[in-house]
Design a protein around this ligand. Sequence first.
Ligand code: FES
Length: 88
Amino acid sequence: MGKNTIVICMGSSCLARGNGRNLEIIEQYLFRKQIKDKVIVKGTLCEEECTQGPNIIINGKIFHKVCSSDVEKILERELSIPEMKEDA
Ligand code: FES
């Protein structure tokens, strides 16, 4: 199985709409679950879907209007890491 990939839009519109905070949440989540080495996190400058932002793409699937309170739920569902640890 290949690595999971998260692409987070860092364009000004998505940043203003909350992707700065979303990125922090993603980093903390990967750290807490000890899966940082299994997930590639990349930034992109604009996905040309600004009005739908903030946008995050996980394994090729785009999520629009990602609210910081939903980030963890989305990661939980979309990342495929069988050995993912439960919270200690
Ligand atoms: S800034 Fe994110 S889609 Fe344009």
